[in-house]
Write a protein that binds this ligand. Structure first.
Ligand code: BTN
Length: 246
C-alpha cells in the first residue's frame, strides 16, 4: 500500500514547505506526510541559497520520512530522491540526469533540486525513529527566462524542454508514485541498494569542481560519497560541499 502522500497538505502559499514540514514533523506528523505549496515566499536551497518559487508554475514539495535507522545513515536518502525525480521527469519525455549529490540537470542546466533536512527532535509517535524532511523543487511550467536573472542562465524547466506546459497535479501524483519505491529501497538496503540505479542516471562527461579538486564524476562510494577522477587519474572521495560545473 502506498504511504507517500497518504497525508497531504496542499497550500496556496507558505514561506518554505521544508520549514512547515519540520514543524509538522515535530508535532508528530506521520511517515509519508507531504506538504506542497503553489508559491513559497522564502524557498530555501542547499548551502543557504534561495530557491526561486514563483506562483502557478512549479512544484515545491516536502515529505516527512521516518525510519528506525540512525539519522547519520539517512544522509544518502537524498540520492534515492534524485533517482525518483529523474525518472518522473523522464516520464514527461525530458532527458534529465543527475549531478552529485542530487541536482537534476538537462545538459548543463538545472531543472530540479533537493534539500534534505534532519528533524531536530524525533517527535511523537515512535520516539526512537529518525526523521528527515525531504524537500524537492522542480521547475515544471516556468520558463527559465522568467526566473531571477542570477539563475535564469543556468536553469531550465520541463516546459522549456517540451515546448509546452504539463499538468502539475498529474505530474505530482506521478512523482510521488515514482519516488516511493526508491525511498523504500534505500531505507531497506542503504546506498548499495540504489547505487547502480543512481550511477545509471549520472550525467557523465561534465567537468566538476569541488573542494579544491577538478575532475569528472565516476560514481558513488559505498557510503554515497562521490568518486571524482582528476586530470592526473587520481580518484578523490567527495563527502560534502558544493560541486560546481567547471
Ligand atoms: C537545491 O539547492 O538544489 C535544493 C532546492 C530545494 C528546493 C525545495 S522547494 C520545496 C522545499 N522547500 C524549500 O524551501 N526548499 C525545498
Amino acid at each position: 500500500m502506498s504511504w507517500l502522500g497518504g497525508e497531504r497538505i496542499d497550500l496556496d502559499e507558505c514561506e518554505s514547505t521544508n520549514d512547515l514540514a519540520l514543524v509538522h514533523a515535530r508535532a508528530g506528523a506521520v511517515h509519508g506526510t507531504v506538504i506542497t505549496a503553489d508559491r513559497q515566499s522564502a524557498g530555501r536551497g542547499r548551502l543557504g541559497r534561495t530557491w526561486a518559487s514563483p506562483p502557478g508554475t512549479n512544484l515545491y514539495l516536502s515529505a516527512i520520512v521516518r525510519s528506525p535507522r540512525p539519522l547519520a545513515e539517512l544522509a544518502p536518502l537524498t540520492l534515492a530522491l534524485g533517482i525518483g525525480v529523474v525518472d518522473a521527469v523522464r516520464a514527461e519525455g525530458v532527458a534529465a540526469q543527475l549531478k552529485w549529490p542530487n541536482d537534476v540537470l538537462v545538459g548543463t542546466r538545472k531543472l530540479a533540486g533537493i534539500l534534505c533536512e534532519a528533524c531536530p527532535e524525533p517527535g511523537r509517535g515512535n520516539a526512537t525513529d529518525s526523521c528527515v524532511v525531504a524537500g524537492i523543487g522542480i521547475n515544471v511550467n516556468v520558463r527559465a527566462a522568467e526566473l531571477p536573472a542570477e539563475v535564469a542562465a543556468r536553469a531550465t524547466s520541463i516546459a522549456d524542454q517540451r515546448g509546452g506546459p504539463v499538468d502539475r497535479a498529474a505530474f505530482t501524483r506521478g512523482l510521488l508514485a515514482t519516488l516511493e519505491p526508491w525511498i523504500d529501497r534505500f531505507l531497506a538496503g542503504g546506498v548499495p541498494a540504489i547505487a547502480a540505479a543512481w550511477e545509471a542516471r549520472l550525467a557523465t562527461g561534465l567537468t566538476l569542481r569541488t573542494g579544491g579538486h577538478t575532475g569528472t564524476a565516476l560514481g558513488l562510494d559505498r557510503d554515497g560519497a562521490l568518486r571524482l577522477r582528476d586530470a592526473h587519474g587520481v580518484i578523490h572521495r567527495i563527502h560534502a560541499g558544493d560541486v560546481e560545473l567547471a
